[in-house]
Design a protein around this ligand. Structure first.
Ligand SMILES: CC(=O)SCCNC(=O)CCNC(=O)[C@H](O)C(C)(C)COP(=O)(O)OP(=O)(O)OC[C@H]1O[C@@H](n2cnc3c(N)ncnc32)[C@H](O)[C@@H]1OP(=O)(O)O
Ligand SMILES: CC(C)C(=O)C(=O)O
Ligand SMILES: [Mg+2]
Length: 626
């Protein structure tokens, strides 16, 4: 195969000499008039153009989303297109504040047919086009510049006559706007583009600030960079006379993948109106994507006019269903994966971002500032559920985020690391994404939070009732900080623990509840353990872990979570405090003391059979249940 060399085959675009161009210094402040051309430009690019039924469904969605200008058809193209226009008119399906737009070439018989299609409509934009670039003049039409102007002018006059006729009350009393497109504008000599539009306006005759003419300036094929399009728009806006009587409309295509950028710069350069399609369907690489444009404005704090995309999924469903083209999973704002982070450092930043955001909101500051999330998915009707998804690329922050989301548990940092190792191992071994449900199940299994009946771990220790008292049989006397003598309370634990299918009576004493409990465990089960870290918090959001005090149902009472890390003292003596392995446990209960005892038993279960933790987690992930 020959190497790819452009040589003299391709020509670069010719920059415009616009020394005082003003658009680069401008910032977006206003919303353009949005015009959907999905049912025409989008439709004409489909393998199978939409059926009448599909067009209707799409049209209704466009109205629902808020478009006030909708190019509904190229009525002279086919009976389907013509019939569709008649259908929405005759069935009163056009809201009073919506203009339907119809496209026609500059050919008399086609113009007349187009007018027949719109009879009786309240508001119509009649859109006529003819190509103006040298390539089209020479190759397609074999027309000089003068003949090209003449074609546009002659047919604009025909449009004028028919507009006058169809706006008479006896003929339907339609309100008309006229739109003229010098097709291939961006490949046309700029002075000629201005000339042809000036002549068309003269032929049209009645453009005014109150009833402006629309000049639609298409990048029919995108052949230059976005800054060049902006220069062309600024050139047109500054050179066309009587600017207030003109609406400058942008119609970019996406051949270089820059249609959104070109439109945004074109708006800075003076564009008042944008024609495009939802999710960028359209000829070849598509028309400019109006969803992206609108949401780019929204994310800058600018209301995108009348467009409401707060239920983006329903828009995706209708558009992809009618076009029979899927929306790419990475499509800005709308793709399935665009609010999802799989990678660990992104997840960590997002989790911290949400924590900081919640604090800001408590202080009355509503500014959205979450790392890696330029827009709040909730504003588009999405949830935070898919924001973090876990696979082998993920980190502890993401896993902890999902545990917090599903169970309301705010894991201590070192426990996050410990649980993450379990998930990492399972993800590596199974090679699959760990869903939020997988993580919840594995967490429940790893820390033995399922009800005892449902739990699979034979070696599990479970609390079956207890009482605490001051131990009066012995007292310890020690020096307090002031050099005086004090007698700290010695606590006694008495209770029942279920283990290995048997109920065991336990007693033990210690300086506190947990040390008394560990003493009882040691004397009954010969398991020696020390606490290395302990923490607790109230569970503020609803958790699926509803366990009542001593295992009884809790109704709607607030729950508390306790976390404990135990170490084996023998191992600690061998390898040192820092290096020795810790075993984490979690306890949930409406009573905080009970929660802490449960957390100890959860960790004791793990310390007694550490090798089972991963095996069981893999099994849970593989079986999808515990
Ligand atoms: C950039 C755009 O998207 S423009 C919109 C394009 N959309 C469509 O074409 C979809 C609908 N079109 C159709 O269904 C058909 O093309 C029709 C019904 C409009 C016309 O069909 P036909 O009469 O068979 O003509 P055909 O499509 O081959 O058109 C080519 C002729 O129209 C002329 N023509 C093309 N565009 C225009 C125009 N804007 N104004 C006037 N004449 C034009 C061509 O020069 C050519 O003329 P020729 O036959 O004398 O050489
Ligand atoms: C009909 C015109 C406006 C068009 O679709 C284009 O030039 O892309
Ligand atoms: Mg187009």
């Amino acid at each position: 195969m020959a190497p790819m060399i452009p040589g003299d085959k391709y020509k670069p675009y010719t920059p415009i000499d616009l020394p005082n161009r003003a658009w680069p210094a401008k910032v977006p402040t206003k919303t353009p008039i949005w015009t959907s051309v999905d049912l025409r430009d989008g439709n004409q690019a489909l393998i199978n153009p939409m059926s009448g039924e599909q067009k209707l469904k799409f049209y209704q969605k466009l109205v629902e989303v808020g478009f006030k200008e909708i190019e509904v058809a190229f009525p002279s193209a086919s009976d389907t297109d013509f019939g569709f226009v008649r259908h929405i008119i005759e069935n009163n399906m056009i809201p009073d504040d919506v203009y339907i737009q119809v496209l026609t070439p500059a050919r008399e018989e086609l113009i007349r047919r187009t007018f027949e299609s719109i009879k009786g409509a309240k508001n119509v934009i009649l859109h006529m086009y003819n190509a103006s670039s040298p390539l089209f003049r020479n190759v397609v039409f074999q027309n000089s510049q003068e003949q090209t102007v003449d074609l546009a002018v002659r047919h604009t006059k025909i449009v004028r006559e028919l507009v006058d006729e169809y706006s008479k009350p006896e003929n339907g009393g339609t309100n008309f706007k006229y739109e003229y497109s010098p097709e291939t504008f961006t490949q046309t000599e700029m002075d000629f583009a201005v000339t042809i539009c000036e002549e068309v306006r003269k032929a049209w005759g009645k453009a005014s600030a109150e009833n402006p003419i629309i000049f639609n300036l298409p990048a029919t094929v995108e052949v230059g960079p976005p800054n060049h399009y902006a220069d062309q728009i600024e050139y047109f806006c500054t050179n066309i006379t009587d600017r207030p009587s003109v609406i400058v409309s942008l119609h970019p295509h996406n051949d270089r993948g820059c249609a959104v950028a070109a439109t945004e710069l074109g708006m800075l350069a003076g564009g008042d109106r944008v024609e495009g399609c939802l999710f960028g369907n359209g000829e070849r690489t598509g028309n400019v994507d109006i969803v992206t444009l609108a949401l780019n404005l929204f994310s800058q704090g600018i209301q995108p006019g009348e467009l409401d995309l707060s239920d983006i999924q329903s828009v995706v469903d209708v558009v992809s269903g009618c076009n029979d083209i899927p929306v790419h999973p990475r499509h800005p704002y709308a793709g399935d994966l665009v609010f999802t982070a799989f990678s660990g450092s992104h997840q960590d930043a997002i989790k911290k971002g949400f924590a900081a955001q919640n604090k800001r909101i408590e202080q009355g500051d509503n500014t959205w500032e979450i790392p890696y999330l330029p827009i709040d998915p909730v504003d588009l009707g999405c949830t935070y559920e898919a924001v973090i998804r876990v696979n082998s690329q993920s980190g502890k922050g993401g896993v902890a985020y999902l545990v917090a989301q599903s169970l309301g548990l705010d894991l201590p940092r070192r426990m996050q690391v410990s649980f993450y190792q379990v998930i990492q191992e399972v993800a590596d071994r199974t090679g699959k994404e760990m869903t939020s449900e997988d993580i919840t199940r594995i967490f429940t299994q790893t820390y033995h939070l399922a009800s005892l009946e449902a739990g699979r771990n034979e070696g599990r220790f479970a609390l079956r009732g207890y009482s605490l008292s001051d131990d009066l049989s012995s007292s310890i006397t020690s020096e307090d900080g002031d050099g005086g003598l004090s007698t700290p309370r010695l606590r006694r634990f008495t209770g029942k623990v279920l283990h290995g299918g048997k109920s065991h009576e336990l007693t033990g004493t210690g300086n506190g509840v947990l040390s008394a409990f560990l003493d009882a465990i040691e004397s009954t089960f010969s398991i020696k353990a020390e606490i290395r870290e302990y923490s607790e918090h109230a569970i503020t959001k609803s958790s699926s872990l509803q366990t009542g005090s001593n295992g009884s149902g809790s109704g709607s009472k607030a729950q508390a979570a306790s976390y404990v890390e135990l170490v084996d003292p023998a191992e600690k003596d061998k390898v040192g405090e820092k290096k020795c392995v810790g075993y984490w446990g979690v306890g949930i209960d409406v009573d905080i003391t009970t929660a802490s005892l449960k957390a100890v038993l959860s960790a004791i279960t793990n310390i007694s059979k550490p090798e089972k933790v991963i095996e069981e987690a893999v099994e849970v992930a593989a079986n999808g249940k515990n």
